[in-house]
Design a protein around this ligand. Structure first.
Ligand code: NAD
Length: 351
């Protein structure tokens, strides 16, 4: 009797393993096939009327993403410590006929996140798209980095994600509609000298997205999606301006913003920019460390501030694909976009 039970148990385990292997092979082949197709083969969701919150929306990538989301009809909420930058982004969003609200919020401060989240909900409504974009970098050798900057890097680049997600996820689950986008970095997959705190925080951000997705899926929450986007160095934002990259060209900030929004509407899970890095991360796990070290030393530029120019973001060409749309007071709004587009806007790099 006991032997029969054991046999059944073994047969069940063998069956489970077989089903798992066959499903895994099917999913891997499907993923390989789909990775060869452009992201445009995926269906596109409509985000009109949704409320999209962009942290760090007062400048850099956050501003460009906000403009694109507004163009798709979302109501924009901007959180930043840079009030002037937020005002400018609001003007730009209004200039293309969009709706935007701005709040000063230091996302490194838990209390501030929770209280501004309440204010946002009261004054604007339920946030169903959350773009965790704000980020900071210290850019020094670990032993030269003051403790408070290391702490700040973690507070802004990853710990804040816990507070913003805890603030907005419950409503997303309740409404059966939500999307959380983590703007990480390729520094979340590869260690880089002078970016020890930054890389560690971005590795954490990549892990945060994956674990959150797994947790939601295992709870049967299908309508709240998560996406992590990891770009290489970007031109013309306030962070790694003028980093000299020898082999891989630095990315155009507009194209990165386009890709973030594309990943959101196509509900992609993991995006690396440029895409080739997806294959390099697979190689990383396979090649010996000595080969990897050689690659990092030769291909990854020095990201420290002395190697950079002024921290400015140029909106001039930034929204080249964004055309001011007609609305009631179109002429005034359009001209405000043009005026803003003509000047350089300081970002909140002066932390
Ligand atoms: N620039 C790059 O090369 C690059 C590459 C890969 C990933 N990223 C990531 O992209 C994201 C956007 O970077 P960016 O290049 O636009 O940088 P940026 O410095 O131009 O903009 C960051 C924004 O975050 C805001 N911010 C900083 N600390 C904040 C805080 N405590 N509370 C609220 N807002 C705060 C700043 O005021 C600023 O508006 C970051 O997460 C960054 O790590 C950037």
């Amino acid at each position: 009797m006991t032997v029969q039970k054991e046999d059944k148990g073994v047969a069940r385990s063998v069956l489970d393993v077989l089903v798992f292997l066959l499903t895994a092979v099917y999913l891997i082949l499907k993923a390989i096939y789909e990775s060869c197709l452009p992201s445009t083969h995926l269906p596109k969701k409509d985000i009109r009327g949704q409320i999209a919150l962009v942290t760090g929306g007062g400048g850099g990538l956050g501003r460009l993403v906000a403009l694109r989301l507004a163009k798709l009809g979302a109501t924009i909420v901007l959180w930043d410590i840079n009030e002037k930058g937020v005002e400018e982004t609001i003007e730009l969003v209004k200039g293309i006929g969009g709706k935007a609200y701005g709040f000063k919020c230091d996302i490194a401060d838990t209390k501030s996140v929770y209280s501004v989240a309440k204010q946002t909900q009261k004054e604007v409504g339920d946030v169903t798209i959350l773009i965790n974009n704000a980020g900071v970098v210290s850019g020094q050798l670990l032993l030269d980095t003051p403790d408070h900057l290391i702490r700040r890097t973690f507070d802004v680049n990853i710990i804040a994600h816990f507070w913003t997600v805890k603030a907005f996820l419950p409503k997303m689950i309740e409404k059966g509609q939500g999307h959380i986008v983590t703007v990480a970095s390729m520094a979340g997959y590869v260690g880089i000298s002078k970016l020890v705190d930054y890389c560690a925080s971005k590795f954490a951000a990549v892990g945060f997205d994956e674990a959150l997705r797994v947790e939601l899926e295992q709870q049967g929450i299908k309508d709240v999606k998560t996406t992590v986007v990891s770009p290489y160095f970007i031109q013309q934002t306030g962070m790694f301006e003028n980093v000299r990259s020898r082999f891989f060209p630095t990315l155009n900030s507009n194209q990165v913003a386009d890709r973030i929004v594309e990943a959101l509407v196509r509900e992609e899970y993991v995006v690396m920019l440029p895409t080739i890095f997806k294959y390099l991360t697979v190689l990383k796990a396979m090649v010996p460390w000595s080969a990897m070290a050689l690659f990092i030393a030769n291909f990854i530029p020095d990201p420290s501030p002395h190697n950079q120019g002024n921290p400015v973001v140029q909106v001039k060409n930034a929204d080249e694909k964004i055309k001011p749309v007609k609305n009631n007071s179109n002429s005034i709004l359009s001209s405000s976009v043009t005026q803003l587009n003509k000047r350089l806007v300081l970002t909140g790099k002066d932390l």
